[in-house]
Design a protein around this ligand. Structure first.
Ligand code: SAH
Length: 261
């Protein structure tokens, strides 16, 4: 198994990359890599590159970049806007939404949001680890938390929004997505889900004033906020997004391994 790491550095043939202490420790002491071992690198811009271990020292490790193995490839323009929930479930949302291909994770503070502080660095660390694991070429952007009213006020006019409305105010999600015209399918998108306490009537009314909002129901059961977010993303990917493309063929020797927290 070849390890795969996100490194925000220039990736070009011949470049030398110094690993931070954590990553050096992981490759040296956990995976026991030695000189000339292969490591896959991606930086969110330049695709994926194969590198080899150049030097191993007590506290550091350097890699030398060899050749590009995959060209840059964007994820669908799909945001997840979500009311933050407690920590373990937030970690779960960041990891799973990254696997599901979102390009931005945007925490949104609503009236019934209980969590006051969102650890943006922790969200990002979860997203990086998931991106490494899932063989993405990019890491989702992490937005700083915004109030729902501000999110709506600054909403990009061309971006469609799938509003997960647990109050019965929307049509079934698959019907809504199946009925979209080509222009809507090609547009940028976002999913918005509420906190465990749900949206207020005022909030739902505010969001529904956006130009391209689609209020949807996710079935007859009330889902936990994390389940709702990941379900809506999955259905969108299956009907509108890149799940309609064939699964890429991976040969056994492509298998990569990633650093677990
Ligand atoms: N406290 C609320 C439930 C909130 S569930 C109540 O008891 O009524 C958290 C969020 O998940 C909701 O705000 C909504 O965005 C989403 N959600 C949960 N179940 C849903 C469903 N069946 N349809 C659409 N959205 C749902």
């Amino acid at each position: 198994m070849t390890p795969r790491l996100f490194m925000d550095v220039l990736l070009t043939a011949g470049a030398v990359v110094d690993l931070d202490a954590d990553r050096a420790h992981y490759l040296r002491d956990v995976l026991r890599l030695q000189a000339d071992a292969g490591v896959m690198l991606f930086n969110g811009r330049d695709g994926e590159w194969r590198s080899t271990v150049q030097a191993v020292a007590k506290r550091s490790m350097t890699l030398q970049v060899a050749a590009q193995t995959r060209r840059p490839e964007a994820e669908p323009d799909l945001w997840l806007c979500f009311a933050p929930i407690k920590r373990a479930r937030l970690d779960f949302i960041a990891e799973k939404a990254t696997e599901l291909g979102v390009c931005r994770l945007q925490p949104v503070i609503t009236q019934h949001t209980i969590v006051e502080r969102v650890n943006v660095d922790r969200l990002r660390a979860n997203a990086v680890e998931a991106a490494e694991q899932t063989e993405r070429l990019t890491v989702p952007e992490i937005g700083t938390p915004v109030a729902l009213a501000a999110l709506v006020a600054g909403w990009p006019s061309d971006r469609h929004l799938l509003l997960a409305d647990e109050t019965g105010g929307g049509r079934p999600v698959a019907d809504v997505l199946a009925d979209l015209d080509d222009q809507a399918r090609a547009a940028p998108w976002a999913v918005l889900t509420g906190p465990e306490g749900g949206f207020t009537r005022t909030e739902l009314d505010l969001v529904r004033r956006l130009a391209h909002v689609h209020a949807v129901g996710l079935g007859p059961r009330i889902l936990r906020a994390d389940t709702a977010a990941l379900s809506a993303l999955s259905v969108w990917q299956a009907i509108v997004g890149d799940w309609r493309r064939a699964t890429p063929r991976r040969w056994p020797d492509y298998a990569t391994t990633t650093m677990q927290a």
